[in-house]
Write a protein that binds this ligand. Sequence first.
Ligand SMILES: Cc1ncc(C[n+]2csc(CCOP(=O)(O)OP(=O)(O)O)c2C)c(N)n1
Ligand SMILES: CC(=O)[C@@H](O)[C@H](O)COP(=O)(O)O
Ligand SMILES: [Mg+2]
Length: 617
Amino acid sequence: MNQGKEYGSLAGISDQEAEELCQALRQRVIQVVSQTGGHLASNLGAVELTVALHRVYDTSKDRLVFDVGHQCYVHKMLTGRNGRMETLRAFGGIAGFPKPSESKHDACIAGHASTAVSTALGMAIARTQLGENYRVVALLGDGSLTGGLAYEGLSMAGQSGEPLVVILNDNGMSINASMGGVAQHLAKQRLKPQYLWAKEIYRKVMHATPPGRALHRAIHRIKEGIKASLLPCSMFENMGFQYMGPVDGHDVKGLTHLLRYASTVEGPVLLHVKTVKGKGFRPAEKNPDDFHGIGPFQKESGALSQGSSGESFSARFGRDLRELARKDPRICAVTAAMTAGTGLTDFAKEFPQRFFDVGIAEEHAVTMTAGMAKQGLIPVFAVYSTFFQRGYDMLIHDIAIDHLHAVFCVDRAGLVGDDGETHHGLFDPGFLKTIPGMTVLSPASLDELTAMLDRAVHHISGPVAVRYPRGGENQYQANHSDGEACSLRSGRDITLVTFGTLTGTVLAVADRLAKDGVSAEVIKLNQIIPLPTDPILASLQKTGRLLVAEECVSLGGPGEGILAAAAAQGLSLKGATVCSCGEGFVPHGTIPQLRALCGLDVESLYRKSREVMTYGR
Ligand SMILES: Cc1ncc(C[n+]2csc(CCOP(=O)(O)OP(=O)(O)O)c2C)c(N)n1
Ligand SMILES: CC(=O)[C@@H](O)[C@H](O)COP(=O)(O)O
Ligand SMILES: [Mg+2]
């Protein structure tokens, strides 16, 4: 196999060549992801679909809109990036998700679920309004179809009359099994390839002559009328789509044929394909959940490399919540399709009646917790920071106005690493700050998480979030969780303020400064919202200099609040700086690389502190 070879247009390749290409690309995906890690199972399931799409569409001008985008590797290999796939998800390398800045073949940003139909419809509308001529196709999975946004898009697209092809890649799986009634409905649909072939041959024969075309149209109208009055239609037909399927999503010849037809239809089409998640790699086919998003692995055996051996924050959260739930029957756990990622697998087994996987439906999850809380339960919604962004309005409207006691365990807070800008958890301090009555706790170590979860569940009223990072590295090896803030080191010359897992880094900075004869006071915030300003202001009265280190965007972060509080108090500081992840987006890379990029490593923070020491001298 020619590993890094770039491919030209697939428009003219034969069915036989397409099949051989699929085999080569499948091996290439396995080889690359075994080295880099990434979303293996979803990509293996989409090989034939992607090749068929590239035989029919020219993605340099036609718009191929991926949902989530975690299944885009073959598309990247076919669009000039095959030679760079060894850099997948590495700092400065190829991103794990579609990225227009990386290639004109990537139609739009993706990373969060259920957006594809809306984006594709917007593009189709733009094409019509601007009188342009390209085709638009959206590719979404059955998991993404558990998200409400997908229906908002489908509902309008079906009625829009816009030529638009929506491909539903149905493998029966989200990260775990797909949830809800629609998943059950899809599971009942059996493959109908022969029927579709026969239907198309019939259409072709009829369309060969003008009288045949007219006759076909008339018969079609009568048939649709009878069908509509006598038979239950698929939900997609009811929405206004021409529905085709379900068909075998691994038959590249059949898929190409159907896509060629679908791309000529003068209206919205939904092509339902059945695929196998992990197709062609036995360990992934057998355990698609385990091979959804993975680190490097042994491609011969499928043995996954051991990640960090230490306990993660997610695992500690899962363990602690079970302990709390054993003592309090009001506690229920909620996840939006992230059972394993948030550490809730064992909770689901031990308390199946008190565990709720709502699918990829974060908005619904927040509003559901409002109902649960109102009626006397203690709902704990474990959610990645980046996906929690979707629940903002629900937090305000459904939770905060009535000051309901719901607990939000905000996992993947801070930089997450190789998933990049769509997935970093950098915005929650800013948006949670605007929610009236909200409390946000920030453990720096696993033991602090244990203590703060208990506090959040039993000792705080109203909405409360506990935010902690991906994995378990970089944590502060102690438990100083009492109080809203604590002084870890007293000093005279400069006040260093931080929270969460930057604590160890800031203590190391204080050590470096001490060697230079600079005495730094280190304050760790246990609670970042509301901001405990008193101990910080007291320290600033003494030192007159401030450095805040925070792993979040600067807008709305604690640093901004501290500067405002100091100004309101009339404190004139000799020097002050806030080191954060800035105002923009942080790309993908390892956590140490990204912390260095943002200036949040020991060296950068040390240099910044020295700079602050020079001000006002
Ligand atoms: C809003 C949002 N919530 C959660 C996720 C995490 N997530 C990524 S892929 C995925 C499953 C998607 O399932 P599906 O669309 O069927 O694709 P498949 O992995 O089966 O190919 C989930 C839950 C996300 N990307 N976006
Ligand atoms: C594509 C997606 O959104 C998820 O699969 C995400 O990549 C999971 O991230 P973790 O690896 O942090 O669980
Ligand atoms: Mg799926």
